[in-house]
Design a protein around this ligand. Structure first.
Ligand code: GCV
Length: 671
């Protein structure tokens, strides 16, 4: 039966270089690899990849091999050397003329090395070329699915869930492929269900559904991935029949203890729980006058004996703000809820912090929590799903945004970038890393927009090695997914690398965010959130726009360490792309470019539309060089992007013209 889903970057069309064909006929693997589930996966992947790329089914020989064997022998060597001088999960890959040697001290490293070799081959290199030592930088490299058990996906833009259909867990060949694809870019933890645990999802931790989770967990374990579950803090009430989920109530604790023991009897390798508490209607410790540390620690104590962890989200805010209130600031919420608890969380608790203080807008400052929680395990949460960045209809390559976040200097205890904090480099902790709200669904191409898969791929690659540039990652993805045509690569690379700026140009100016259609979060609605209770305001009037978050305003700037606090505090030193996030600015004030604010808004919006037209024209030049299905998909998405870009441009520009009365200097049509 024909496969109904694409193979993403593991497509391996026949493109093996001639010199490789002669070499990759044998795989020599350490004897100790035999029977090891990860090593077996490494061999299976190499065998399948080589065969698909045009080689013959390679012979697999388990024998005594060492790093030096490759000097004289021929073929691929998988060397498991417990004393190798390589970090955990890492590998060394060397081409030595007639061989490629992968050395690791654990079999997960061998698996990553095998995928790396396949990547190089698929990109058109010879097996003798690669020479690299890679140790994953982020200890935890996680994906968060917001999949519901009825099959829907919260903020999903690529079809329905492939984990859940009609309130049942689905495990099939597609699940297996998904696991392979994610492991190939280094993912080592997957939360399969939505952080908003509703309906049937409450029952995931019951004896009825746990056996299937065990099957899924086993499949993931074969590829070095641990299964995690989102659980409802109110589970003792919802499924336990108790009256309270108070984290200090012995009855609730007792219920959780036997529940967690039961879960681990079925799924001994479960990674642990992801929890959204006291936010957006979810139950949490506040209901009992307890704090987040008390809530998280109660579960952590019970999970510890099973090797499990608690990942506790910091996306906590009061969603009931009065828009007239100019002192309360949602941006300050996470810091206010959590910094006072620094040092109080157990060792097996990680706090998961969204990249910005608001909610995955196209431009936000970096959350000040990364510079403030020095005695707590932290994890960075980014969104690969394009909730506010175009729903995988508009092209928006997000790796540059993630890199900005990782590179941000927090000045915690002197100096520490976000990368250093969440990789554990700064404080020497291992329970930390990155999590991404993923963008996959059961669409044939997995991600709605074919090119949105570059974000899925890139996220994993970045977790493995944040020093990779956005360009390198994009090139890798293009070569493996689409092919080696230089012109195709040039055009798509250019589209990807410009796409975030283009999206920003025609949407929300200078960090203000939130001009999206309420609820759906697609397309423009300048005032959609302005008089609502979500704490998301632009405060535009006839004179100017922006939120004063300085010490004279909401005081948000004070949550940063110096010199960041001062940098944001002053209009002159505030990075211009974030100007309206931090300052209220008059339309007539000049920006660094010499343009007035209002003219900047007009110009960037008109420009954004032109840039989408340029992308369409560029795509047309390569349309017949990419697979037909991909061309149809991307062409259709680009047309829809142009439509919505025009809507954005005309609505935003007309809004500002009407409210300010200031005409466009270039006399373009405003409505
Ligand atoms: C899963 C935003 C989204 C919600 C999401 C929430 C969260 O508010 O719009 O859909 O809920 O973030 O991250 O928990």
């Amino acid at each position: 039966m024909e496969q109904k889903w694409t193979k993403l970057w593991l497509a391996y069309p026949e493109r093996m270089r001639q010199e490789n064909l002669e070499i990759v006929t044998k795989i020599h693997a350490s004897e100790s690899c035999q029977g090891d589930r990860l090593a077996v996966s490494a061999v299976r992947e190499l065998t399948a990849g080589i065969t698909a790329m045009g080689g013959k089914l390679p012979e697999v020989i388990y024998e005594t091999v060492c790093e030096q064997c490759g000097q004289t022998g021929e073929g691929i060597y998988l060397v498991l050397a417990e004393n190798a001088n390589i970090g955990a999960e890492g590998y060394r890959l060397n081409g030595t003329g007639r061989s490629a040697v992968i050395v690791a001290k654990d079999t997960r490293g061998l698996l990553y090395g095998a995928f790396a070799l396949l990547r190089h081959m698929s990109m058109g290199e010879t097996v003798c070329e690669p020479s690299e030592t890679v140790v994953p930088v982020m200890p935890l490299r996680m994906l968060n699915h917001w999949d519901n058990m009825d099959g829907s996906i919260e903020r999903g833009y690529s079809g329905q869930s492939f984990f859940f259909v009609q309130n049942e867990i689905v495990i099939n060949d597609r699940t297996g492929d998904y696991i392979r694809y994610m492991a190939s870019v280094g993912i080592n933890g997957i939360v399969i269900n939505n952080v908003n645990v509703r309906g049937r999802a409450n029952e995931l931790i019951t004896a009825e559904l746990l056996p299937k989770l065990q099957t899924l967990s086993c499949m993931m374990q074969d590829y070095g991935i641990r299964l995690f579950l989102s659980v409802n803090f109110a589970a003792p009430i919802r499924i336990g029949g108790l009256e309270s989920a108070d984290p200090l109530d012995p009855a609730a604790i007792g219920w959780w203890k036997s529940k967690i023991d039961e879960i681990y009897r079925f799924v001994p390798e479960l990674g642990g729980f992801l929890i959204k508490a006291d936010s957006e209607g979810n139950h949490g410790p506040y209901a009992y006058g307890r704090d987040h540390a008390q809530g998280a620690n109660m579960l952590a104590d019970l999970l510890r004996e099973h090797g499990g962890i608690v990942i506790w989200r910091c996306f906590v805010y009061n969603a009931g703000q009065d828009w007239r209130d100019k002192k309360t600031d949602r941006a300050k919420a996470a810091y206010e809820h959590f910094v006072k608890l620094d040092g109080q969380f157990r060792e097996n608790v990680i706090l998961q912090v969204k990249n910005g203080p608001m909610d995955f807008q196209i431009r936000e400052p970096i959350s000040p929590l990364f510079g403030a929680m020095k005695k707590t395990n932290l994890m960075l949460e980014v969104q690969v799903a394009q909730e506010y960045t175009g729903h995988q209809i508009d092209l928006c390559y997000l790796i540059p945004l993630y890199k900005e976040v990782l590179d941000f200097q927090t000045y915690a205890d002197g100096e520490a970038t976000v990368e250093e904090v969440v990789s554990g480099a700064k404080y020497g902790n291992r329970l930390c890393g990155m999590a991404a709200v993923t963008n996959t669904g059961d669409d044939e191409n997995w991600t709605g927009h074919d090119l949105a898969a570059a974000n899925t791929y890139g996220y994993g690659r970045l977790c493995m090695d944040p020093s990779l540039s956005a360009e390198t990652i994009a090139r890798e993805w293009i070569r493996q997914t689409i092919g080696h045509d230089a012109e195709v690569e040039r055009v798509i690379l250019d589209m990807l690398l410009r796409s975030r700026e283009i999206y920003e140009n025609y949407t929300c100016p200078l960090g203000i965010g939130w001009m999206v259609t309420p609820a759906t979060h697609y397309g423009p609605s300048v005032n959609g959130y302005e008089y609502d209770h979500w704490g998301t305001y632009h405060r535009a009037d006839h004179l100017g726009i922006g939120v004063d978050r300085t010490s004279a305003g909401t005081g948000y700037t004070m949550q940063y360490n110096e010199p960041n606090a001062s940098m944001y505090e002053h209009r002159e030193t505030c990075p211009e792309e974030l100007l309206l996030f931090f300052h209220r600015v008059l339309y007539t004030e000049k920006l660094k470019s010499g343009k007035t604010l209002i003219q900047h808004i007009y110009d960037t919006h008109f420009l954004g539309v032109e840039q989408v037209k340029e992308m369409i024209a560029a795509w047309k030049t390569i349309a017949d060089k990419v697979p037909e299905r991909m061309n149809e998909n991307v062409s259709e998405r680009l047309d829809r992007q142009l439509y919505i870009a025009r809507e954005w441009c005309d609505q935003v520009n007309s809004f500002f013209w009407r409210i300010s009365g200031i005409p466009d200097e270039q006399g373009r049509t405003l409505y």
